[in-house]
Design a protein around this ligand. Structure first.
Ligand SMILES: N[C@@H](CCC(=O)N[C@@H](CS)C(=O)NCC(=O)O)C(=O)O
Length: 205
């Protein structure tokens, strides 16, 4: 049985969510780097949406998107990071949806900024920025004075938040969430002390 192959890039926050979970669970996989924006990308062979991450299993089955992959990976090694009870599980998935939404809004701004200045839509960028600010404020409220979003120990929500918040800091440093939310800054320091987070940092641009 060959190792699972994770196709993605080191800068994608959705890919990083899966990489953090793999590392926390100490599961082996092969990381296949692919630039989904390049004409030569092979991702379309595995995901008709041509988006990363894709997880290719040893029988050739491909899984996407990142939330499907994360839930699958979580089932491969105990203890589970997603709670089993219905409402805690739904709330952990909600945190993931919130964090993925932060990533979607941040990616949209990054892509808009790559367009010619004349073609950039300020109103659209403002809408995305407002979603990011409100969602990060919601994460700060959810965290409160707990060490982790998931409570006393890190869990699924923390993995998703790590991918989203550190991506925002990487691409949109002006958001300044560390300065605005002292509890998120302390959370970030805890997360960065874990090798699953520090070893998956995007390379300096
Ligand atoms: N909802 C998807 C989003 C994945 C996604 O948008 N990935 C970006 C990379 S950061 C991508 O592949 N974009 C290529 C495209 O949109 O054509 C997931 O969670 O996996």
């Amino acid at each position: 049985m060959g190792p699972m192959k994770l196709i993605g890039s080191k800068t994608s926050p959705y890919v990083r969510k899966v990489r953090i979970l793999f590392a926390e669970k100490q599961l082996a996989y092969e990381f296949v780097e692919d630039n989904v924006w390049a004409a030569s990308t092979l991702v379309g062979r595995f995901n008709p949406l041509t988006k990363v991450p894709v997880l290719v299993l040893d029988d050739g089955t491909s899984l996407y998107d990142s939330s499907v992959i994360a839930e699958y990976v979580d089932t491969l090694a105990s203890p589970p990071w997603l709670p089993a009870a219905p409402l805690p599980r739904a709330l952990a998935r909600r945190s993931e949806a919130l964090c993925d939404g932060i990533c979607d809004a941040a990616v949209a701004i990054v892509l808009e900024r790559k367009r010619e200045p004349m073609r950039q839509d300020a109103a659209t960028m403002d809408r995305h920025r407002a979603k990011i600010d409100a969602s990060i404020a919601a994460l700060a409220t959810q965290l409160g004075e707990s060490p982790w979003l998931s409570g006393e120990a890190p869990g699924f929500a923390d993995v998703a938040a790590g991918a989203a918040l550190f991506y925002v800091e990487f691409r949109l440093p002006e958001v300044g969430w560390r300065e605005r939310h002292a509890n998120l800054r302390r959370w970030a320091e805890r997360a960065e002390a874990r090798s699953a987070f520090s070893s998956t940092r995007p390379p300096a641009a």
